[in-house]
Ligand binder design. Structure first.
Ligand SMILES: *[C@@H]1O[C@H](CO)[C@@H](O)[C@H](O)[C@H]1NC(C)=O
Length: 165
């Protein structure tokens, strides 16, 4: 058998490599589990960068990704021009960013109740933007970005609920 010809050093190396590979596989399975419990796993994986098995870190990354996404939505709304409805969206987006920053505080202060409340408020913020257009019988020009943002907010809630405080 070939293994008989391996030096003790090679055997140690082999054992270490096997151990490391098993560890990586375990981490990858955990990752999958975190995002599998969300409603939008591909969006979740992109936000947590596919390399996180810790729910606290994953939630923080998902919240930060949504802050970036919302900043992008603000820039898009500003480019669409000036109107009371678009102003309403800008206000909602600022509110969402504010609530997302609060949710990072909630994680640091180990306050799961406030975390869930602040993240739920974020989901509502994107709906508020679309609602003003819907009430006027118009299609929201920000519908696509709001849909993506709501999905990301839903994922933040699902990830946040997996933190062991
Ligand atoms: C959101 O978090 C803040 C702390 O940053 C807290 O004071 C506030 O009560 C939370 N909001 C809700 C609705 O729980």
């Amino acid at each position: 058998m070939a293994i008989k010809h391996l030096s003790p050093f090679s055997l140690v190396f082999l054992a270490t490599a096997t151990f490391l590979l098993a560890g990586q596989t375990a981490a990858r399975i955990l990752d999958g589990d975190l995002c599998r419990k969300t409603d939008y796993p591909p969006l979740c994986k992109r936000a947590v960068k596919g390399s996180v098995s810790d729910p606290k870190l994953a939630t923080e990354l998902a919240v930060k990704a949504l802050i970036d996404q919302t900043m992008g939505a603000k820039a898009l709304a500003a480019k669409l021009g000036k109107s009371p409805k678009l102003d309403n969206c800008l206000t909602s987006y600022d509110d969402a960013i504010d609530n997302l920053k609060k949710s990072l505080d909630n994680i640091n202060h180990k306050d799961p109740g406030s975390l869930m409340s602040n993240l739920s408020a974020v989901v509502a913020d994107y709906e508020t933007c679309d609602d003003a257009f819907a009430e006027a019988g118009q299609r929201s020009p920000l519908a696509a970005t709001n849909k993506k943002s709501s999905h990301m907010a839903s994922n933040c809630l699902a990830l946040g609920s997996q933190i062991k405080f």
